[in-house]
Design a protein around this ligand. Sequence first.
Ligand SMILES: *Cc1c(COP(=O)(O)O)cnc(C)c1O
Length: 601
Amino acid sequence: MGNYGIDIWSDDNFIIEDGLAKINFNCKPSLISIVKDIRKQDFKGPLLLRFPHITKKQINTLYNTFNASIKEYDYKGTFNAVFPLKVNQLPNFIHPLITEGKKFNYGLEAGSKAELVIAMTYNNVGSPITVNGFKDKEMIHLGFIAKSMGHNITIIIEGLNELEIIIEVLNETKMECPNIGLRVRLHSGGSGLWAKSGGINSKFGLTSTEILEAYELMEDNNLVKHLTMIHFHIGSAMNSIKPLKKALREAGHIYAELKNLGATNLDSINIGGGLAVEYNAYERTRFYSLTEFANDVIFTLKDIARQKGVDEPNIFTESGRFISAASTVLIAPVLELFSAEYDFDHLKLKPINPPLIQELNDLHRDMSKRTAYEYMHDSIDHMESLLTLFDLGYIDLQDRSNAEILTHQVIKKAISLLEIDDYEELKKLDENIQEKYLLNFSLFQSLPDYWGIDQEFPIMPITHLDKKPTRSASLWDITCDSDGELPFDLKKPLYLHDVNLNKEDYFIGFFNVGAYQDTLGMKHNLFSHPTEVNIVFKNGEVVLEKILESQKIIDILEDIDYDTNDIRARLRKNLNDHNYKDMEKYLNENSYLKTIWSYHE
Ligand SMILES: *Cc1c(COP(=O)(O)O)cnc(C)c1O
């Protein structure tokens, strides 16, 4: 794998040129040039780069594909979409999305009161707002308030009690009623990792009995005219369209039945989210294109409408991952290569050495391309024997240190001599000879789904891409938690470059991290959100917008409810002026590491 699977996962958003990862847009700047610009302003540590042009591209693709399909099938309903805020609520992501979405009337979906407040405040008036999730009276009242602001809002009820609350709020406030949607509990489940969002045992939605009861309740309270939408969401990252088609049939028939019962203003089916994103760098795992997806939705709904003699419904989608994932890249500086300690400079051979150490030295000296593989093997065997000798007390710590250095040097030399042809054989050894790269980031903060649900993300260094990566790599984060590791995996091997960090910088990019990671991330070890920057293009030039520095240590402590006045007072009392001044400086810096190495560009 010479190109880190970029042709599989990047959707042409990024390209490799002149050995550098570049943004395939406008003036095609390299990621490293952007990283250097930001670091020049003294933002060390991990960076989250956001690319609003990619969000825009996804919004355009979504609308254009569905609208083309509507045209092709001469479909009478309209296509509408909302962005589900739970996928990424951060202002630096949301503001550009709202601006770009205006021309399509792209709206927002809220699943909590806080998200609803974002939607009420920032959604383009007239663009739809949908409200999902469990709701109390306050949340429903918020929906009424949004309606009074002129928002086109639909409260999607998850249970009969929510309808009862709507009636209560209506009677108490005499405010205008928002549109009402019904989330249906489908008999057919989803597919993929998150399938439990759909299906009869799902956490959400009304059963058929409840739908009929809800309809009756609406009739009794003169609310049928507000019923506009049927909703379902069968789960995230659907890897096949088949379950969606089943769900569509079911929901489509429910829609038609309710229309035939007399729900005259019911005109929409909201198919939820779930469009998949390619995270794999080794083989394609997406089985459908957006065109196929759109065609299937339109064809199925058209067919049901014809069969039941009802109007073809407007279509709503709530895809979040598809819109946001590709827009964000995490860049983590490599702080250290584990084997750097095994540099030749540290070798201190004695006048007389134990025979095995002498042999290691010879293996290194005499190695040729032809003998490289065999000698490397021998050195690993020798190393194991030497460790046993150490445990038995036959060699001392200096011998052990020399043995470790020599073995690492033998392996390094062998890897540099061996050609790609020998790779298959080399691979068998990769687990033993892997290099550990220490990265300045927290896996818990920045890739929580890797930790929580084994979600993989594309990984690629952003420089050196014209050189063969020779080291099988494990990645360590800087938390003090052994789970903060992306171990080398023989089935999906990651190879990185053998770099000397005394002489050059090396940065690892994690791609497609714009969905869910930002607010799922946790402050384990009190590492907070990385410094984030929006990368925009103006007149053919890169402009860094909205630089938001990683949180200061004192603010992190305040966030977890420490009394910062008390912290300062206690430190002040126990430190002299000079040390307190330094202390105050550190309290105002973020908690990521600066650089371990003294190298500066
Ligand atoms: C989470 C969620 C979405 C978004 O799902 P994606 O897989 O990110 O597209 C949409 N609708 C509802 C109701 C959700 O809960």
